[in-house]
Design a binder for this molecule. Structure first.
Ligand code: PLP
Length: 374
């Protein structure tokens, strides 16, 4: 760490990502498309993309054109699928940068074909079937014409056909079996018209963890790649390792006298004299304000409560009347310190949200530090 950097940082353990990537592929029994949208779930798009390429990943998935372009600029040459619904005017840039396109309707197919023809270069596409999200994608039962047009397209190379699971985070949900059945029905269109079957992919993290039948030809884990479980109902059937830690350092120590409230709105007041430290990270970094008087911090191997409202750039922790802490002591907000551990999943529950939102919310104001890797 250089002397001028703020003391708050995200540490990304690239070896944990390697472990999770390999464990997920081994568990699924098929290759994985590593999903690295939204700044690789807060872990850093370019460093994670380059790392996955270095460890031999076969393909990557992102949400938007811009994310694909950033990976190309970072020197990532792997196949990259852009999973979001495309806007017509972006088709040419997707093709020119060798990004694979999600085609979710006949209209979109025509737009992609027109762009490909005018560039004189084939587009690589994956068809998106809706089996139960009611988001983008053609319903399986009316996918026949799209499948046929895509299979016969001169300007599109049909590489994949996919859908997305709505309830796979919960191993007990019956929705996944229904979606798998609908997806199989939609894939039946290829056989009926005598077209070769493209790569079929359906499973997100929850699918890989809980529903082995959804693995098909390729799986698309995102959150699990970073060692985090999607939902309190999820089970770690794979042996994941969390890759991200969020750490800071104590910047101030004081004694707060009984009856004197702490922070904006005076929402928390110590009943007796206590020792309070200030930690220099806040909701301006994406550390959720919902953790006000609900979150925890590890200092000197002990777990202590965040007290009062989280401010934009700092918050306070009550270390108790006999607590010891010094300026510059390490503060762990996600991760391990000594015997204690705060999981991203715990932070999400305390904040009343899901781990996805905690990770992707950690913004670019926090420097990232990479450990391990090549
Ligand atoms: C985000 C996303 C994934 C990965 O989901 P996780 O729950 O993070 O594993 C897979 N497929 C699609 C289409 C997605 O949008």
């Amino acid at each position: 760490m250089d002397d001028t950097a703020r003391p708050t940082r995200i540490r990304v353990d690239l070896d944990a990502i390697t472990h999770n990537f390999r464990a997920l592929q081994a568990h699924a029994g098929v290759p994985a498309m590593a999903i690295i949208k939204a700044n690789a779930y807060g872990h850093g798009l370019a460093p994670v993309g380059r790392h996955l390429q270095a460890i031999g990943a076969g393909q990557l998935g992102v949400a938007f054109l811009e994310e694909g372009l950033a990976l190309r600029q970072a020197g990532v040459t792997l196949p990259i699928l852009v999973m979001g619904g495309i806007f017509g005017p972006q088709a040419a840039a997707l093709i020119a940068n060798d990004l694979e396109i999600t085609v979710s309707s006949l209209d979109k197919l025509r737009q992609v074909e027109a762009a490909a023809e005018s560039l004189g270069r084939q587009a690589t596409i994956h068809l998106k079937i809706d089996t139960g999200m009611e988001r983008i994608g053609v319903h399986g039962y009316s996918a026949g014409p799209l499948v046929e047009a895509a299979a016969r397209s001169r300007w599109c190379r049909l590489k994949g056909v996919y859908s997305h699971l709505a309830c796979a985070d919960d191993p007990d949900s019956a929705m996944t079996a229904r979606q798998l059945e609908r997806f199989a029905e939609a894939c039946g269109h290829f056989g009926r018209i005598g077209a070769p079957m493209p790569l079929r992919h359906l499973a997100n993290s929850g699918g890989v963890l809980h529903f082995p039948d959804t693995a098909l030809d390729l799986v698309r884990p995102g959150l699990a790649l970073y060692g985090v479980l999607p939902d309190p109902a999820s089970r770690d059937t794979v042996g994941l390792r969390p890759a991200l830690s969020l750490v800071s350092q104590v910047v101030y120590f004081k004694v707060v006298r009984a009856g004197n409230p702490v922070s904006y709105g005076a929402t928390w007041t110590p009943p007796a004299d206590t020792r309070v430290v200030t930690v220099p990270i806040g909701y301006g970094d994406g550390f959720p304000r919902a953790l006000s008087s609900r979150g925890q911090a590890l200092i000197r191997g002990q777990r202590h409560p965040i007290v009062g409202r989280i401010c934009m750039d700092q918050f306070m922790v009550d270390i108790g009347p006999d607590g010891t802490a010094y300026n510059e002591d390490e503060v762990v907000l996600i991760g391990r310190q000594g015997e204690q551990l705060i999981r991203c999943e715990d932070v999400a529950v305390a904040a009343g949200t899901i781990p996805y939102e905690i990770l992707v919310g950690l913004n670019s104001r926090i420097p990232r530090e990479y450990l391990g890797g090549a």
